[in-house]
Design a binder for this molecule. Sequence first.
Ligand SMILES: [Zn+2]
Length: 118
Amino acid sequence: MVSTNILGTEYQVKLDDLRNPLLLDKAGLCKCYLHEIIVRKPEVILEGDATDEERLVALKEVLLHELVHAYSRETGTHYDDDENLVEWIAWLIPKIVASYEDVRIKLSEQELENEDKD
Ligand SMILES: [Zn+2]
């Protein structure tokens, strides 16, 4: 188990297996009221003959989704049927971070090029 600070609130994050009755048929769960996130271990997050790589991708996506639930809770913006919004935000975050990094790197390279000209 690890913990992470979500807007000033410490959340416990743990990987669990199929024996956890709280998960039922879900791949992950944010028990936001208890400040706890549970995600299935990679070996049980997908059924069938999924590859290790597919399992890790699923784990990352589920973890991100549950973290968005925690942020939603801590900002007071959660509501009963917010799954689509949470999934949309979780899906976009890596893409926004990648765009940010791309632009940041290009701007830094441009800055370095400009310094060379000085
Ligand atoms: Zn959800």
